[in-house]
Design a protein around this ligand. Structure first.
Ligand SMILES: Cc1ncc(COP(=O)(O)O)c(C=O)c1O
Ligand SMILES: [Zn+2]
Length: 423
């Protein structure tokens, strides 16, 4: 099976371009990477993955500037359309680490990327591929963050962008970003999954180049999250983390991290037994991946009605499930759902360590707390939690989770009296 940790490095097909090609994860068909626009397999409609003739080890990550392009040895190009993405902090959180009772806990805060989410890592590669292919308009369906990143990277690359958003379900900061960066914004009377159905059809009709995570090149950029986490842990603990806990929507990151680790195993840079357990967290109201893991199912059932305060992961049809399910299973990980209340509590916990995240991001910490409570995660584990987006993405959720401002008169004595009253 091509997605197994112990898969052999494949032979280089004739349609490879400079040692890079696309391969169907279902039937193994190969395709030239940059000749035609293609998102899925021509033969069986399976998901595609980028493959490389040469797979790097840690020593090959030696680019001068930190960030995504330091890992160009693991990417299809040496440089992309860049706004200095990646190289995000791997914060220590001593109080939360104590409270959760694990050997070590670090927070990989992807909210510290240029547009405030991990999507930038995928877009720096994806928009570069779009330029290589010579396509015109770029498009995506989005719960918000993809649209912000596409708008920013599209404008950086001098390209037109179109985004489809579920009406009334996208956080204010994200719409503001897409708008100011010049995307044409269509508000669809339907949920994210309906938006993705439409944009896939537009892409199939040649109306636009699709930059959702169905696009295999987006995931290449997102692999660097995993590479940075491993390097950070190796530097600080002399060992890779036992587990990485991450929020799951379309399961792009789950797939991308798994691919990063598979490639390191194939290159002989990481032992199969050391691969971190990929642990996905979804909101209770949008948890089709959790359902599939719990039921041992090979396929994910599409949830038509999804709801959660964590709008970024309000997704019922995770398109990358065929890549992500083997990732969770082969690494010995799991998937768990959390309530909106647990998500907000975790958002407060992180804020209490000075780390501001949007609700979907806090799902990782909420999931870790639940798995500790259930004894699934041991007290001897070193864990990385991924926080995917910045607090300012969703100012309304942050304000609702935090304290209300207290009105006072413009008078020092009145302010003092107010402070004393409150004590
Ligand atoms: C903040 C945030 N977290 C998590 C996700 C889900 O990521 P993935 O689709 O890779 O599972 C998204 C995107 O949809 C997001 O914007
Ligand atoms: Zn196929």
């Amino acid at each position: 099976m091509s997605l197994s940790l112990s898969a052999d490095q494949p032979d280089v097909p004739a349609d490879a371009d400079d040692g890079v090609w696309l391969e169907c994860i279902e039937c193994g068909e190969t395709f030239a990477p940059f000749d035609d626009v293609r998102y899925t397999c021509d033969e069986c409609d399976g998901l595609l993955e980028a493959r490389y003739e040469e797979l790097p080890t840690f020593e090959d990550f030696e680019g001068e500037a930190p960030g995504v392009w330091r890992y160009s040895a693991a990417l299809p190009f040496d440089e992309g359309v860049s706004i200095q993405e990646g190289n995000t902090p791997l914060y220590e959180v001593p109080r939360l680490e104590d409270d959760l009772g694990v050997e070590a806990l670090r927070i990989k805060h992807e909210g510290m990327n240029p547009t405030g989410s991990f999507k930038d890592r995928g877009m720096t590669v994806g928009v570069k591929v779009a330029k290589e292919l010579g396509v015109g308009r770029l498009a995506c369906a989005s719960t918000g963050n993809t649209s912000a990143a596409l708008a920013a990277y599209g404008s950086r690359g001098g390209m037109e962008t179109l985004v489809l958003l579920p009406a009334g379900k996208v956080a204010a900061g994200k719409i503001a970003q897409a708008s100011l960066h010049g995307a044409r914004i269509l508000e669809v009377d339907g949920n994210f999954d309906a938006c993705l159905d439409i944009v896939q059809e537009l892409a199939a009709d040649g109306e636009a180049y699709l930059l959702n995570s169905l696009n295999p090149f987006r995931l290449e950029g997102q692999k660097t999250i995993g590479l940075e986490i491993l390097e950070g842990f190796l530097a600080d603990y002399d060992a890779v983390p036992d587990r990485i806990v991450l929020p799951v929507g379309n399961a792009g990151n789950t797939s991308a991290l798994y691919k990063a680790f598979r490639e390191l195993v194939q290159a002989g840079a990481l032992a199969e037994d050391d691969v971190p357990k990929l642990t996905g967290v979804q909101a209770e109201g949008a948890a089709p991946m959790v359902e599939a893991i719990e039921n041992g199912a090979d396929e994910v059932r599409r949830w038509e009605d999804v709801e959660t305060r964590a709008t970024a992961i309000r997704i019922g049809n995770p398109v990358n499930a065929p890549k992500a399910l083997p990732g969770i299973r082969e690494t010995g990980g799991t998937a768990v759902s959390v309530t909106d209340e647990e998500i907000t509590d975790a958002q407060r916990d992180l804020a209490g360590e000075g780390i501001g995240v949007e609700p979907a991001s806090a799902a990782s910490v909420a999931g870790l707390r639940k798995l500790r409570r259930e004894g699934v995660v041991g007290d001897d584990e070193r864990v990385a939690c991924l926080t995917t987006g910045h607090l300012l993405k969703d100012p309304d959720a942050a304000a609702a989770a935090g304290a209300d401002p207290e009105p006072v008169p413009a008078d020092t004595d009145a302010v003092l009296a107010h402070l004393q009253d409150a004590e």
